[in-house]
Design a protein around this ligand. Structure first.
Ligand code: 9PG
Length: 660
């Protein structure tokens, strides 16, 4: 990483050139999209006037200003739009960085070598690298896509065009060089990147139509632009900065847990939880566990979190007491920004909900698993009474009922487009206010796990974040692979969970603790093969995520308990996915832990494949080296190891003391 050469051209636009690597962004300037008198206008000035460190353009009563600041390895850009006119305008988006067809983005020899990191909008959204011929797709209809993507920015669906949220990196092949762009604040706005290879590059913040009165101005979030030889390291460096700027909460120790969802789903009951509690006590030596989570299925209706259904006859406070008496923290699931159409919350407070332009309550999901009709509406987290209710509900769950761990799910609902009580609040700000209300009620000591959550605004509020789709008792299925499922990328499937655990590994301990979702090691009620279970254990372990088991504890066979133990033994390293830019599904992870190095080698193809690789470059010495997941050892010679043929979706993890 090195500082770029910054050249301000005669037309006021900027060229950034990194001399030591083949990276340049040429002809960049700011851009604004606004609505004035009913028409939407996008303005990217061709000429700007320089005054010291700021460049300004003026047109029709609007002034657009670009500011830049050199930081050690790049520049931080921000834009300001000012209304010098007499009429208010509505600002849709503000970009500190826009490069049009008259400019140029250079990364390596040409766009043919590009691999673009596409970060999905929220926890569940498919994330990974795309090459020139790949299509960035998502579920085609809103009711399916709303749980995965940013409603304001659908995927472009054209080859060579990509949309990344919050951060992106363009790497020339796997080896680099690379360019990394990332916003450094999301308390107020969502930021994102639209990349069309060979044509344009725009990094903009969404202001969602906020009114800009005459005489007023709005500043964009700061945008970091950095380049270097290694795209993964650039993403790590961005995450360090973003986490610091947002006051990331990173607990020292990642808790291990047990979760009811992936075995019992909505059929969970008090007796099922108690049975597992007893089994956890009995198998304490085999199943590391800090908390026991009732994940869905306890509430009377979505939104009515303090009303418990008949499957939990003793009530949730009593159950928390029992969990604590058994020596665990108690955990409980809610979807705090949703309410069922028949819930008490919605019936009693219809004005606490986001509205569509036609004045109807905004649907946040239709989930038949929650009973018919399963229609849930999105809470308006800018309404002061709704915020007070969020705060007091969280306070009850934690301080009265005794649940120390709150899994907060379907959080995207607070950031859906729509009309809100506070007309000046953006979608990102609405989400942040809702999360902050929950934190206020839960208190500083509670452990908050975000899920289904747009990433940026949650940093600094949550302790941990789900970073991928739901795992499932199968690898993938026809629905996920179909075009309705969004091209085998989004939606519940173990394959999708594993993909994001790898592609978002760099966020761990920088923005929060990563939650890769639950581990299933059981042999009943599952179609996961032994190889797939090994992959879950290996990938979750080496990436140092939270390990949360979601099996019926008393029936797990001994060999699977051993695998669970091995996953725990892998924790504690600093993982790097070295082939992040190689393919849709990366297959090589290196983790350093003191003097030890761990190397995970995967075969995520659907057919058996031989894998051999150079591990000497990661510090693995020649000679016999331990293989952790199957047990036994393999031989490294001349820096190389040959693992032979790996079954489909299988994994091996090497553990060695480094030569260095
Ligand atoms: C509980 C589950 C678990 C799981 C969460 C989340 O689109 N959908 O209908 C949909 C349903 C469930 C779901 C995601 C999407 O899973 O990720 O861990 O807590 O809720 O209902």
């Amino acid at each position: 990483m090195a500082a770029p050469n910054v050249k301000i051209r005669a037309d006021g636009r900027v060229d950034l050139t990194w001399g030591d690597v083949a990276v340049a962004v040429e002809g960049l300037g700011p851009q604004v999209t606004y609505v004035s008198g009913g028409t939407t206008v996008t303005w990217r000035p061709r000429r700007l006037v320089r005054d010291g460190d700021t460049m300004t353009a003026e047109r029709g009563g609007l002034a657009l200003v670009l500011r830049g600041e050199a930081v050690d390895d790049g520049v931080v850009l921000s834009a300001v739009v000012r209304n010098d006119g007499h009429e208010p305008v509505e600002v849709v988006s503000l970009a500190p960085l826009a490069v049009g067809p008259d400019g140029r983005t250079v990364v390596g020899p040409g766009t043919g070598s590009w691999s673009v990191y596409r970060n999905g909008f929220q926890s569940w959204s498919g994330t990974g690298s795309f090459r020139r011929g790949d299509r960035d797709r998502e579920p085609p209809i809103e009711i399916l896509s709303m749980t995965a993507v940013n409603a304001a920015h659908p995927a472009p669906r054209r080859r060579g065009a990509y949309r990344s949220e919050l951060v992106t990196a363009i790497s020339s092949g796997v080896e680099g060089p690379a360019l990394c762009l990332g916003f450094l604040d999301e308390t107020r706005t969502f930021g994102g990147f639209d990349i069309t290879c060979g044509r344009s590059l725009v990094g903009a913040c969404d202001l969602d139509g906020v009114r800009l009165e005459p005489g007023a101005g709005i500043e964009s979030a700061p945008l970091m632009v950095a380049a270097g030889r290694d795209g993964v390291r650039l993403l790590e460096a961005w995450a360090d900065r973003f986490g610091e700027a947002m006051g990331a909460r990173v607990p020292q120790r990642a808790p291990a847990g047990w979760c009811s969802w992936y075995y019992y789903f909505t059929k969970v009951s008090e007796s099922a939880v108690v049975d597992n509690l007893e089994a956890l006590v009995q198998r304490k030596a085999d199943v590391p566990c800090d908390y026991v989570m009732v994940d869905d299925g306890h509430q009377r209706d979505i939104g009515d979190w303090l009303d418990t259904n008949a499957k939990f006859p003793s009530g949730m406070a009593a159950l928390a007491g029992r969990i604590r008496d058994a020596g665990f923290d108690a955990g409980i699931w809610t979807a705090p920004f949703l309410a069922g159409s028949r819930s008490r919350l919605f019936r009693e407070h219809p004005n606490w909900f986001v509205r569509t332009d036609r004045g109807k309550p905004r649907v946040g999901i239709v989930n038949p698993a929650w009973g018919t009709p399963g229609t849930c509406y999105a809470l308006d987290t800018t309404h002061p009474d709704a915020l007070a209710w969020l705060e007091s509900t969280a306070a009850t769950l934690v301080h009265e009922w005794g649940y120390h761990v709150l899994k907060l799910d379907f959080l995207y609902a607070a950031a859906l487009p729509g009309r809100r009580h506070d007309l000046d609040a953006t979608r990102a700000e609405s989400l942040r206010r809702g999360l902050e209300a929950v934190r206020r009620g839960a208190g500083d000591d509670a452990f908050l796990l975000g899920c289904g959550c747009p990433l940026g605004p949650a940093v600094g509020v949550v302790d941990a974040m789900r970073i991928g789709a739901d795992v499932a008792p199968y690898w993938t299925n026809a629905a996920m692979r179909s075009r309705w499922g969004g091209g085998d990328r989004h939606g519940p499937a173990t394959k999708n969970g594993v993909r994001n655990t790898l592609t978002r590994a760099f966020m761990h301990r920088r923005l929060w603790l990563n939650d890769p979702d639950c581990l299933m090691v059981r042999t009943d009620r599952t179609r996961l093969t032994e190889a797939e279970v090994r992959t879950l254990a290996g990938v979750f372990g080496i990436t140092d995520g939270m390990l949360v088991l979601s099996d019926r504890v008393d029936t797990i066979p001994a060999d699977r308990l051993r695998l669970l133990r091995r996953a725990h033994d892998l924790l504690g390293g600093e993982a790097r996915v070295v082939d992040l830019f190689a393919a849709d599904l990366p297959e090589t992870v290196v983790a350093n832990r003191g003097r030890d190095v761990l190397v995970a080698v995967l075969n995520l193809a659907d057919e058996p494949r031989g894998r051999s690789l150079d591990v000497g470059r990661f510090g693995v010495p020649d000679g016999p080296v331990e293989e952790v997941l199957c047990g036994g050892s393999v031989t490294v010679a001349g820096g190389r190891v040959d693992l032979g043929e790996l079954a489909p979706h299988d994994c091996r993890v090497l553990s060695a003391r480094t030569a260095r």
